[in-house]
Design a protein. Structure first.
Length: 230
């Protein structure tokens, strides 16, 4: 089984990668199209020079790697829809179980704004995710449900994709994984301190001004996918 887990930023996506990586039957890949996206778009992200130097920047080569044989029975790939810019290959996704991880825009925006000033709608990835769902279909799971009851949510996901649940998915060792992208030192601090999923999320954060407007723009996209969630 090849799982393509599609998620916007600040959305439990690294914890999910660690969860599947804790299974002995899975290899994991961390955002393999990130470097090609940076190279093609010219975007100035944190650690851009290191990312381009240490990761494959050819989207065709990455697509081949997504279909390459692995040392384990299964492969889990952490992907972001907004990395898949026009012209990037997508045929490889037809051989995958596509899963869409969603999170309420208010939570995404509040978390991302703590790391990045002047957020744009393109950066949070909601429109790209609904467009991708329309293109490839697949299953939808909400990070709120995972944090509220990790075992129940992961059992539901495994059942939907016909994969036996493994309790190893609920715990992992603190610290980085060898598969982490070089960008982990900037973004993954909280996950590296964790040994499992954080507890249930509280009330939605309050947003105002430009951040509130971003949330309003993203809500129809979130609601469209949420209507399909497990």
């Amino acid at each position: 089984m090849r799982i393509a887990m599609w998620s916007g930023p600040r959305n439990l996506s690294t914890a999910m990668m660690y969860s599947f990586g804790a299974r002995p039957d899975f290899t994991v890949m961390d955002e393999p199209f990130y470097a090609p996206f940076l190279q093609a778009s010219g975007n100035d992200h944190p650690m851009r020079p290191e990312i381009l130097a240490q990761h494959e920047t050819d989207p065709q080569a990455v697509a081949v790697a997504c279909l390459a044989p692995q040392d384990t029975p299964h492969l889990y790939m952490k992907h972001m829809p907004h990395h898949m810019i026009d012209g990037f290959p997508m045929g490889w996704a037809e051989a995958c179980v596509n899963v869409h991880l969603i999170r309420h825009p208010a939570r995404v925006i509040a978390s991302y704004a703590a790391k990045w000033e002047d957020l744009t709608f393109d950066q949070i990835g909601f429109a790209q995710q609904t467009a991708l769902f329309d293109r490839v279909g697949g299953f939808v799971i909400d990070s709120f449900d995972i944090r509220e009851n990790p075992e129940k949510a992961l059992r539901s996901l495994c059942s939907a994709i016909d994969l036996p649940f493994d309790p190893a998915m609920l715990r992992w060792p603190a610290g980085p994984r060898i598969e982490d992208g070089v960008w982990a030192k900037h973004w993954y601090g909280a996950v590296h301190r964790s040994t499992g999923f954080a507890g249930a999320e509280g009330p939605l954060p309050a947003l105002d001004g430009a951040l509130a407007a971003l949330c309003e723009q993203a809500m129809p996209h979130y609601e469209k996918l949420a209507a399909h969630k497990l």
